[in-house]
Design a protein around this ligand. Structure first.
Ligand SMILES: [Zn+2]
Length: 418
């Protein structure tokens, strides 16, 4: 089996790994790079028989738009629904790829490759690692994963029953040289959110991705246990409705402590996108209005609400300022705030609230990574015990040798044969 990592040996994001036999060529992920200075990559030129997407994060699927429409793209069904959600609510045309759906633990074949998807715990839902078998070789691709989210059981199960006889493991290393800033797991984030909102006297805000489902659940649970209402937007409500389809524990709009915000320009903008996608959203577009709150409701008793904000919510935050402190819970990677270019005005406004001690607002950081810290990566590598371990999705490939056995450093674009 021949391997060519087109991108990913020296950076986080933009991952694209080619595996080839005498008859078949597949790509594992086709991601957009996160760094603007990253080398461009022409996925069409690779002429793969199929592309397999591990999870619905841009840095793993972002290049699929460039593929010819007949080229098969394998992805989880929920993951595809979330790609559609993003596009619908941004007012962008949906992907026109030839999507094929795989399911957890169900092996499928592409040419003479046999692929088995392993559902993993990550900050994206419907995220997978893959066992790939061909020509008598067994390769494992970790995708992005962790062992400290709501699906941590999946991590423990893989440690207890690892796939055996692995010739080569591609192991992500996002967290090498990063730490989790006192939030070792999702549970600790939830407890902090609860602690903050339980004693709030004004409205509180939480800034987080709408597709980090674990985080939405943490915020929601914090609300149920402190008697607050979690206020989300139309887009997030639709995302939760998609997750509800496959997850029994998620009741989305039917949850008692949830409400959908229907006032203000941002709601109007999202409502406009809903109308344009009426045929795709079905009954949701009416049903959602049975669960809305308006600005006047929030103003009547702000202390009842935890508001899911985006980085553009600083004006709304400003409008609630009073002699009662507004807790602002920042619940995503802090790196997003460190935009040196000053181009992202919204991040800059939120960053000011963090750094300038603005009266009336208390900035609180509460976040745990979507990626495994070093000790979990080591446990994972030890369990799989591969003949070769290849760094991927990391800025610190050269440090792997200090932490893992059988490290094999590959370079972007340089083929290797096992
Ligand atoms: Zn990811």
């Amino acid at each position: 089996m021949r391997i060519n990592i087109h991108r990913g040996t020296q950076e986080i994001g933009g991952t694209c790994i080619e595996l080839r036999t005498d008859s078949t060529r597949i790509l594992l992920d086709a991601g957009s790079p996160l760094k603007p200075e990253s080398a461009t990559l022409d996925v069409v030129d690779i002429k793969a028989d199929a592309v397999i997407i591990s999870h619905p994060h841009q840095d793993h699927y972002g290049l699929i738009d460039n593929l010819p429409p007949e080229s098969p793209v394998y992805i989880g069904k929920l993951a595809k629904n979330l790609l559609d959600a993003t596009r619908m609510f941004r007012g962008v045309a949906l992907h026109t790829n030839n999507f094929q759906f795989y399911d957890k633990w169900q092996s499928f074949t592409i040419g003479n490759f046999r692929i088995t998807p392993y559902l993993v715990d990550h900050s994206a839902v419907d995220a997978y690692a893959f066992l790939i078998e061909a020509e008598g070789k067994r390769v494992f691709y970790s995708g992005d994963f962790r062992g400290h989210g709501n699906k941590n059981k999946l991590f423990e199960t893989i440690l207890e029953h690892p796939p055996r006889n692995i010739d080569l493991l591609f192991l992500e290393g996002t967290m090498l040289q990063r730490d989790n800033h006192n939030f070792p797991d999702e549970r600790s984030v939830q407890l902090t959110i609860r602690e903050v909102i339980a004693k709030q006297e004004n409205i509180s805000f939480i800034i987080s991705s709408s597709q980090n489902i674990d985080r939405l659940i943490s915020a929601y649970k914090a609300c149920t246990s402190s008697g607050k209402i979690f206020v989300i937007d139309f887009y997030t409500a639709w995302v939760l409705e998609q997750v509800k389809e496959v997850s029994k524990g998620i009741r989305a709009l039917d949850w008692r402590h949830i409400a959908v915000y229907s006032s203000g320009p941002s709601s109007g903008w999202l409502y406009d996108k809903m109308k344009k996608n009426r045929n795709r959203l079905g009954g949701f577009i009416n049903r959602v209005f049975e669960h809305t709150v308006k600005e006047a409701d929030l103003r009547a008793d702000p202390s009842r609400y935890l508001f899911l904000g985006k980085t553009g919510c600083h004006r709304l935050i400003d409008s609630f300022k009073s002699d009662k402190i507004i807790p602002l819970i920042y619940s995503q990677w802090l790196g997003y705030l460190n935009d040196d270019t000053g181009q992202d005005k919204n991040s800059a406004a939120i960053n000011r609230l963090r750094t300038e001690n603005v009266p009336g607002v208390e900035f609180i950081y509460a976040h745990t990574s979507g990626h495994a810290p070093l000790e979990d990566l080591q446990a994972f590598a030890a369990a799989l015990s591969p003949k070769a371990l290849v760094p991927i999705h990391t800025e610190f490939a050269y440090l792997y040798e200090n932490h893992f056995a059988n490290v094999l450093q590959l370079e972007d674009g340089k083929p290797y044969e096992i």
